[in-house]
Design a protein around this ligand. Structure first.
Ligand code: MN
Length: 734
């Protein structure tokens, strides 16, 4: 009996709620036929019958509330019907085929999209999560209504989260803050984003939430009185200036307060925007007039005036911001925008569905273009966690606003460089970028751009991107363009080098490479586990395979002739030891027939006797570093490119390597002579010597030819014995 009464009571509740929903839709879409919404309600009622939520309510309440949120977004009947049906495929015996039969292709398509997203587990490892966000983004590009329904679904689930056990609460809250709130933000839906964030914060970090909550509650009453006073003064000033406008005010949302406190390490009372008044005008012109009136009455806080009308934010929300200090010393923020801008800031991409049947405004197009770009840029990225971090950067823009010399705005991530700027202009401008002028002055490419900078990019036709640029760019666009270029071009070079190496090897055995058939190359390539002959050649060019070993497989008979040079060294690549020796002037070549280019890295200039490691560069051969070189640690993140090297036998090595020493010593008569004597007594050639003196102290740089580490140590010991020499240091980079 009790359950029946309960059922009847809730049925009355849902029927009432449904009537409200229909009334709301009739209000904003007076000419539409709403039968499909009624049909979807009946269908949902029938199929969710007997199911209940964790709260004990009938399940139907959930899709109904989701549809109500969609009605607040003023979406079309198709979206509302899909909202009412969104859980039917997942949670009842209904199939997509049934939905398609009953409600048509569009509704079925949207429900299918929502169902797919619901199956995604965002709380998985970062890699899986990245893949899932990618799917989500793809769904958005497909039909934005899928994501709007998912956001409404999440909003209602967050509003009723109290009924779930704490572990589930924390997981869902985290997902909301990580994925859904940023997407709402990016789509310009300020209202939903704000509510999602505050609800997420409450369950994700209850202690911090409580603290912020208490801090705000303690100030709420006086804050509201303060805001009422300020609003009163503003309305008076607007009347005087003859400007028609609506004002409203707010105390900052909990999650925003929390984030700001974390970021700036200030207390609540030091925040300029804890209290804010919003002024909504009829025209852009009025916005600026209001700003003038505000600044006339209150002293603006320097640096807090932001013109997001002239320079819209990446999510395309627009308004004028300024902060002022009231007579009692309380700071507050003023936001000024037109009605249209206000709608866009609160409702974002959903705002246009009221009037049209698709996202057709220029701004909606731009929003969708952003999504498409994110997907497109990521197509070549094989590492999913990189995708996620890129997306996170793009979702939480901390941007700088820069200008072209003609005044066009270029929005870039914080700390972006002129290279980022160049790639925003055009891919070719990026590739050919050789320098930049900021505000008329030359700056290095690693310069960090600031808001307001006027940037002029200097290009040179034929100039090519450098791997070093990856360390200075901040935008995903620039990073991906550079990586793509490097991949394509270095591979081409590697193939070319590989072809030359194997050609040279072949000539030793008097084999003409053109006599080798394509099939043979293919076969050997597949022996190495590679798909195409080009992969094999590239592998040789990168130094992964030895040209000699590949040739031995290509032409076994020809390479086994006795009496020809050759050193049998079977085994894997990692076991191959390259032998290195220095030529005069420090040139390096490889002993024997192993045609790898080897050179001493210029950052550390290792000499014989020093511990060395090799690093296979892309296309330039093997760089040999001193093991203690600072770059080694940085380079070795790609450990598969590390290669064992050793110094060749002594008898093959000719003269020495140039080594630079700096001596710190007293500036006294005879010092230079004593130094040169110590060096020349060891039969060592001095290439260059330079001295700088100040305050009777001297720094002396000597470059000399050194045979090996022992030789160098002998010289250093000798120099240190000279009276008045305080220190002797080797300068790695010459
Ligand atoms: Mn749902």
């Amino acid at each position: 009996m009790a359950t029946l009464r309960h059922q009847i009571a809730t049925n009355v509740l849902t029927v009432t709620r449904f009537r409200e929903l229909i009334k709301a839709v009739e209000g904003y879409r007076p000419n539409d036929n709403l039968d499909i919404i009624r049909k979807a309600y009946d269908y949902s009622l029938k199929h969710h019958r007997g199911q209940s939520r964790a709260s004990g309510e009938p399940y139907l309440v959930h899709p109904l509330e989701v549809a109500c949120v969609l009605a607040e977004m003023k979406l079309d009947p198709i979206a509302l019907a899909a909202g009412l049906l969104h859980d039917s495929v997942e949670d009842t015996s209904v199939t997509i085929v049934d939905i398609r039969k009953q409600f048509g292709e569009q509704v079925a398509h949207i429900v299918e999209g929502v169902t797919k997203i619901s199956k995604i587990d965002f709380a998985s490892t970062e890699e899986r999560q990245a893949e899932n966000v990618r799917k989500m983004v793809l769904a958005m590009v497909d039909d934005i209504r899928v994501v709007l329904i998912k956001l409404a679904d999440r909003l209602h689930n967050m509003r009723t989260l109290e009924h779930l056990p704490p572990e589930r609460q924390a997981k869902i809250a985290k997902e909301t803050l990580d994925i859904y709130a940023p997407i709402a933000h990016r789509l310009g839906m300020g209202k939903i984003r704000g509510e999602l964030e505050d609800l997420g914060f409450r369950y994700m970090d209850p202690i911090a939430y409580q603290q912020v909550h208490e801090a705000l509650e303690a100030r709420r009453k006086t804050g509201e009185q303060f805001l009422a006073r300020v609003e009163g003064i503003i309305r008076e000033k607007l009347r005087e200036a003859n400007i028609e406008a609506v004002t409203e005010s707010r105390i900052k949302r909990l999650f925003s307060v929390h984030q700001k406190l974390l970021r700036q390490r200030i207390n609540v009372d030091q925040m300029y925007d804890l209290f804010a008044v919003r002024i909504i005008t009829h025209s852009v012109q009025d916005c600026y007039a209001v700003l003038g009136a505000i600044h006339n009455h209150w002293r603006p806080v320097p640096g807090r005036i932001k013109d997001f009308i002239a320079m819209p934010r990446p999510n395309f929300s627009q308004s004028l911001h300024t902060s002022a200090i009231a007579d009692d010393g309380t700071p507050f923020e003023v936001q000024i925008r037109t009605e249209e801008m206000h709608k866009m800031a609160e409702e974002g991409i959903a705002a246009h569905w009221k009037y049209k049947d698709g996202p057709v405004s220029a701004r909606d197009e731009q929003r969708l273009a952003w999504l498409r770009q994110v997907v497109e840029w990521q197509r070549d990225v094989s590492d999913p966690s990189e995708f996620l971090s890129t997306l996170k950067i793009d979702l939480y823009p901390e941007e700088v606003y820069t200008f072209t010399p003609k005044g066009k705005i270029v929005v870039l991530p914080r700390d972006a460089s002129p290279v980022d700027f160049a790639y925003t202009i055009h891919t070719e401008v990026g590739h050919n970028c050789v320098g930049a002028k900021v505000n008329g002055r030359m700056v290095p490419l690693r310069y960090k751009l600031h808001s307001g900078d006027i940037v002029e990019i200097l290009t040179q036709p034929g100039h090519q991107p450098s791997r070093d640029w990856l360390a200075i760019v901040k935008s995903s666009r620039a990073r991906n363009k550079i990586k793509h270029w490097l991949n394509v071009h270095q591979r081409e070079r590697a193939i070319e080098i590989g072809r030359k190496l194997i050609d040279r090897e072949a000539r030793k055995y008097r084999i003409a490479l053109k006599d080798l058939k394509e099939e043979q190359l293919k076969k050997v390539a597949s022996d190495y586990g590679l798909g195409r002959p080009d992969d094999l050649l590239a592998g040789i060019g990168y130094g992964k395979f030895s040209a000699r070993q590949v040739l031995a497989k290509l032409a076994p008979a020809a390479t086994e002739q006795p009496g020809l040079p050759g050193e049998a060294k079977p085994g894997g690549i990692s076991s191959v030891v390259r032998r290195v020796f220095g030529g005069d002037s420090g040139a390096i070549s490889v002993r024997g027939h192993d045609d790898l280019l080897v050179y001493r890295a210029r950052c550390c200039n290792p000499i014989r006797g020093e511990d060395i490691v090799g690093y296979v560069t892309r296309g330039k051969g093997v760089a040999v570093h001193a093991r203690n070189c600072a770059n080694v640690t940085n380079l070795m993140y790609e450990s598969e490119r590390r290669i064992a090297v050793e110094w060749a036998r002594r008898d093959v090595a000719p003269t020495g390597y140039p080594v630079k020493l700096t001596l710190f010593c007293d500036d006294r008569a005879g010092m230079l002579k004593q130094i040169t004597t110590v060096i020349s007594e060891d039969n060592t050639n001095i290439r260059n010597i330079e001295a700088r003196t100040a305050n009777s102290q001297a720094n002396i740089d000597v470059i000399m030819d050194i045979e090996d580490l022992k030789h160098l140590e002998r010289i250093i010991t000798g120099l240190r014995k000279i009276p008045g020499v305080h220190d002797v240091q080797r300068v790695q980079k010459i």
